[in-house]
Write a protein of this length. Structure first.
Length: 468
């Protein structure tokens, strides 16, 4: 039922009451569940993002059905619907329709959270260090794309006899790296500014660009339009131009930004000006065919040389704490764990395929940590594990494949399980590998680098966890 029809049916005031109850109620259950589980994860010495993902699973399709993406085909919790109907006086059927109509507003908040997180990641990057590891990051990115793509596609063709296009699409879905999850985990473990963190973030950004190119090729082939080199080259050129422009602006735009901030007097000047740069960069990235998330990272990189960097950081962090939580919870809400049930005969082909994809997905990224040359010691296992989570990027690939009708039920379940497995395993394994240093060493200094094993990826003393 559309909103105009609902207005005629229940009246504008009652409609406003129901909308407000739904929107506020969603935030209430998201923050309560996410915070409770984040606190639990801190006490277990695990990254808080894991608690947010688990909170999403508990609230979503696989749990209480309180937060459901409209395309999940699941029904809202009957108890919640009846409660809202009793409070507002609306009919239960109207509650469901209004819920679906207002869900995009929650997605917008989650997107703001992702953009703010990536902006903060770019802001905290040392551009000189990022440029210094550019070759290593490029090698890691290319290896982390080619190995899982080749092994995944080849294995599905040879072992499971899948048609070419679905196998290629599944292989493409395995190339992704979730820069949001990676940035969150490295930031919390205070490894974002270390050499390994810089390599992983740089590689994840390049992964995003390579993933867009691969997706464009696969979608073109799946649509029957054939392969065309010209638009692909245009996309690559646009990505290269955007990255170069971001690097140049990071050297030149920060002084202009500082000059402007020094002349503003209204409260909130730093936060608003920073978000103007953020939204403008996202707009440009999306307009030239790239992901807006790449623009958010570039915006932070552009302002990383500002003398107001600490003020920007202070202004943006509360937004990340609120809205990035919504983003990670929503990832969890869409994960249907019923496909894990081995007693359901329909699940078994997907589980076998999923086991293969998960092994390839893990190994394909972990080996990328040994793909680069470095004269300085670095923990290669941390680099490989940092590239592992697929997260929202993998879910985007899965959604596009489902919409295009490329995936049968077994392959769809297998890709979903691969995404779930890598998303949950990466924070846990990183926490096990990055050990908490002795008290008095809150950040993990250069001495930890000296203890790193360049060739074996042995466990290294890392940073203490950041406050939740």
């Amino acid at each position: 039922m559309s909103l105009p029809a609902l207005l005629l049916d229940i009246g504008s005031h009652q409609m406003e009451v129901v909308e407000t109850l739904i929107q506020v109620g969603r935030f209430l259950v998201i923050f309560l569940a996410a915070r409770a589980l984040a606190e639990l994860m801190v006490r277990l010495q695990l990254p808080t993002i894991l608690g947010e993902l688990v909170a999403g699973v508990l609230l979503g399709v696989s749990g209480l059905h309180l937060i459901l993406p409209p395309d999940s085909q699941a029904q809202l919790s009957e108890a919640a619907v009846q409660l809202l109907a009793a409070i507002s006086g609306a009919e239960p059927g109207q509650i469901g329709a209004i819920y679906a109509e207002t869900f995009p507003s929650l997605l917008s908040v989650a997107q703001i959270g992702l953009f703010a997180l990536l902006f903060l990641t770019g802001l905290e990057c040392d551009l000189d260090e990022l440029m210094a590891v550019g070759l290593q990051a490029s090698t890691v990115a290319v290896t982390g794309v080619l190995v899982p793509f080749a092994l995944g596609t080849g294995g599905l063709l040879l072992l499971f006899q899948l048609p070419l296009i679905p196998a290629v699409f599944a292989g493409a879905a395995m190339t992704a790296t979730s820069i949001g999850i990676t940035a969150s985990v490295f930031g919390e473990l205070q490894w974002l500014k270390r050499r390994e963190g810089q390599i992983v973030i740089g590689a994840a950004v390049l992964d995003d660009i390579l993933g867009i190119v691969i997706l464009a090729v696969v979608v073109a082939l799946a649509g029957g339009g054939g392969f065309s080199l010209k638009p692909l080259l245009a996309l690559v050129a646009a990505a290269a131009a955007f990255v170069v422009a971001s690097i140049l602006l990071s050297r030149r735009a920060a002084p202009a930004f500082d000059w402007l901030i020094d002349r503003l007097r209204a409260p909130g000047d730093v936060a608003v000006a920073a978000f103007v740069v953020l939204t403008g960069s996202c707009f440009v990235a999306q307009a030239i065919g790239l992901e807006a998330a790449l623009g958010a990272f570039a915006a932070g990189l552009i302002l990383s040389g500002s003398k107001h960097r600490k003020a920007i950081d202070t202004a943006v962090k509360p937004l990340v704490a609120l809205f990035a939580t919504v983003f990670f919870v929503l990832i969890g809400t869409g994960m249907d764990l019923s496909v894990l049930n081995p007693f359901e005969p329909a699940n078994r082909p997907g589980l076998v395929m999923a086991a293969f994809l998960l092994v390839v997905a893990v190994l394909g990224k972990v080996v990328s940590g040994w793909s680069y040359l470095s004269a300085e010691p670095s923990n290669r296992l941390v680099v490989g594990l940092g590239m592992m989570p697929r997260g929202e990027v993998g879910l985007i690939f899965l959604g596009l494949g489902s919409q295009a009708g490329l995936l049968n039920s077994s392959l769809e379940a297998a890709i979903l399980l691969m995404v779930i497995g890598t998303t949950f395993l990466a924070p846990i394994l990183l926490r096990l590998v990055i050990k908490t240093p002795p008290s008095g060493d809150p950040g993990g200094d250069a001495s930890a680098d000296a203890d790193a094993d360049t060739d074996t990826g042995a466990e290294v003393a890392g940073a203490a966890k950041a406050p939740a």
